[in-house]
Every structure is written in C-alpha cells, then in structure tokens.
Design a binder for this molecule. Structure first.
Ligand code: PHE
Length: 345
C-alpha cells in the first residue's frame, strides 16, 4: 500500500515538472489531491487496517499529501512568474527605434519683420493702431486728400468691391481713423502694420497683396527734423549703426511737403553695388508732413497742430535686410524658402 502511495507521488511530481500552464496545474491538483484522488481513496481504506499499520500509513499519506501540496504551490509560483515575464516580453517597447520626426513650426519672415519694427517703435513711445482692410473710398482716398477724379488715384490701382467700398490700397486711412478718434486733441503717436492690396500684375517686385507699416505723429511744434530724426533711429536700428538717411522731394496728396526716404546702402556701405544700383543709396519709404487739409478734414486745427507720417513697405525692407530678390517668395509658402528663417535651436 505504501509503495503504491510513493509511486503515485513520483508520478504526480513528474507531471508537475512537465506542466506548463496554470490550467494544467489545477487539473493535476484535482486529479491527485482532490476528494476522489488516489490519496484520499487510500486514506479511506485505512479504517480496515491494524492500529499499528494505520499509524504508519496515516503518517506516510499525510507526508505525501503535504509534499504534493507544496510541489503544486511551488509550481504555481513558477508558472505565475513565467506568465508575468511572458506579458512583459510581449509588451516590450523597443526604445531604440527612431521616433517620428516632428517638424517645428517657425515664424514667417514677414511676421518677424513686423514684430521687429513694432518693437522698435513701441520703444519710442508709439502705440499700435488698426483699421479695416475692407475700407471705404472716403477713408482710403477722400480723407487722404484724394477726391474723386484726382489724378493721383491712378498711382494706386484699386480693387473695388462696390462704388464706395474697396480693399485698402495703403495703410494711410488708419491715419484718418486715429485722428478722428482723438477728436482734435494731440498728441498722437501711432504705427499701423497691416495688409494692403493693389491691382498690380505680380512680378519679382510687385504683389497684389503686400504689407505696409504706417507711422503717424500729430502734436504741437512738430517739424521735418522730427521726421528725419525718427527715420534715422529706425534706419540705424534696423539696417545698422552706420546708416545715413537722405530725403528727396516727392509728392503724396496727404503730405506736404512729401519726401522719398533713402538710406545709405547697407550692402556696400555707400560705395556702390548691384543692390543700390551703384548709387550708394536705397529707397526705403515714402513720408512727409501731414497735409494741413488732411489735419482739418480729420478734426485737427492745422494752425495749432502739425504732424508727420511715413509708410514703410514691409516686403521691401524685409527683402533688403535678408537679400531676397523675389517678393513672391513671401507668399508661395515654399518650405525650402521658409526653412531658411527657422530658428536653429
Ligand atoms: N501711403 C503711401 C503709399 O502707399 C506711403 C506714405 C505714407 C507716404 C505716409 C507718405 C506718408 O505709397
């Protein structure tokens, strides 16, 4: 009888050794240690044994039972650990694989220029003024001293929406908005960067949509020297300390006198090169003293107040600063062009 028990034990241990899943393990446990298992059966037959034999047999069968129970527990632990390891292996992430490349966005070069110019004028005490891009004829032209039929209207080929509504051809109408808002009381010191539109055929230097930055100062005792000094600060901060500013007589209906503003060429230092067409000077903007008629139409007493105004062509100064020779590069969204302006961090 005892031998039989020991053989059963060996058989069970061998099965446990080979068992590879928790389900199989449970089957083996029920088969050998369950109520209908051989050990339990053997124990049932003890009641017919002599007292002495029963004691020995009882001990043996208890030991076998304990040994098998422990073997089942041990095996269970091994299988459970194995299951965890298998799961970890299965879910392993290969952190050495290269990741997706995320392209980093960057400011458009024109946005950078706008920010730079705005920053510069804010530093001189200017405020930002805004006006609509869809403008009335009245603000874009009439209040700028360009009545209907005025020949200078032809200088600015206009996208009309209807007879009295148009896409603004310059940022100068913002001057009128700013002055009317101030209700005849100075000082006014504003800049207005914004989009402008003209019915131009697009080429390397013309774009039907472009950007300007208007500047307007209205106060008592404002002279042309204030205008020149202001533009010198702008030119030197923007194009370099050594820049000289030159004013040439010109004509705009909304300024009197009017000037074209040149800076000494930042490429050759004024000696003459292809960028300045060998003149040593580069035209960068139009400006002038606010025409008294405009001051009056916009509610200011021109006997008391004077003003100066200027209009910077944003693409133009950006092209000069970065050495870009085609205005369309700003609007074509060619990533190879734009990438040249990405911050390398
Ligand atoms: N508005 C003018 C233009 O678009 C530029 C300018 C602005 C000239 C302010 C003088 C004063 O050409």
């Amino acid at each position: 009888m005892e031998n039989e028990l020991l053989m059963i034990k060996e058989e069970a241990l061998a099965k446990l050794d080979n068992c590879s899943s928790l389900k199989e393990l449970n089957d083996i446990r029920i088969l050998y240690l369950g109520k209908k298992g051989p050990i339990q059966e053997a124990m049932k037959s003890m009641k017919d044994m002599a007292a002495e034999d029963r004691k020995v047999f009882g001990q043996t069968s208890n030991l076998v039972k304990q040994e098998l129970s422990k073997a089942v527990e041990d095996r269970k632990e091994i299988l459970e650990n194995q299951a965890i390891l298998d799961k970890i292996n299965e879910e392993r992430i290969d952190i050495t694989l290269p990741s997706y490349k995320l392209d980093q966005g960057t400011l458009h070069p024109l946005s950078t220029i706008v920010a730079e110019i705005v920053e510069l004028f804010l530093g001189m005490g200017y405020q930002i003024a805004e006006g609509p891009e869809v403008e009335t004829d009245y603000f874009n032209f009439e209040l700028m001293n360009l009545p209907k039929g005025h020949p200078a209207r032809d200088m600015q080929d206009t996208f009309y929406i209807d007879e009295n509504t148009l896409m603004r051809t310059h940022t100068s109408p913002v001057q009128a908005h700013a002055m009317l808002e101030a209700q005849g009381k100075g000082p006014i010191k504003v800049i207005c960067p914004g989009k402008t539109y003209r019915r131009d055929d697009d080429d390397a230097t013309h774009s039907h949509q472009f950007m300007q930055c208007e500047g307007l100062v209205v106060d008592k005792n404002i002279t042309m020297a204030d205008l020149k000094g202001t533009l010198e600060v702008f030119a030197r901060k923007f194009f370099g300390e050594k820049r000289e500013v030159r004013l040439r007589p010109s004509y705009f209906p909304f300024t009197e006198p009017s000037v074209e503003v040149d800076i000494s060429c930042h490429n050759c230092g004024g000696k003459g090169c292809s960028m300045c067409k060998h003149t040593g000077w580069i035209e960068i903007l139009g400006a002038g003293m606010v025409n008294p008629r405009v001051l009056e139409m916009c509610g200011f007493d021109s006997e008391v107040y004077q003003g100066f105004a200027f209009g910077i062509g944003m693409e133009r100064v950006a092209m000069l600063k970065y050495g870009i020779d085609n205005i369309r590069d700003f609007y074509n969204d060619d990533i190879r062009f734009l990438n040249q302006f990405s911050r390398k961090e």
